[in-house]
Ligand binder design. Sequence first.
Ligand code: THU
Length: 130
Amino acid sequence: MSLQKDALAVRENAYAPYSNFKVGAAIRAESGEVFTGCNVENVAYPEGTCAEAGAIAAMIAAGETRLTEVYVVADSSHPVTPCGGCRQKLSEFGTSDVVVTMANLEGTELKMTLAELLPGAFTEAHMDKA
Ligand code: THU
């Protein structure tokens, strides 16, 4: 399946009773295997965990640590962009040239690299004196 189909399919399983905003994410790991995640909210922390974080967790649990492609989809007028925390998390496991495709249900897509999504990213290089 394509990343788009996988992201759309997992979005159906999102648990988002507080925001009513379902998000699906699919990431391709270095091996070629695809991992998916949806947002999962809870009453104490209604923002819950993001779809992207879920897909990353699935990849890590499967023993992979590098991602090469990302697809995020939600029912929004404009393609949904990852939150700040997810930009940092995606950057942990992907190089700056990894393309993140953001989409809505109408099929409008916006493509940006991780470098474009997180300019000036905090990296290990900043800790060279530690
Ligand atoms: N959300 C995601 O899962 N990914 C994004 O890229 C943006 C926001 C979720 C978190 C929360 O469950 C809901 O969308 C509203 O913020």
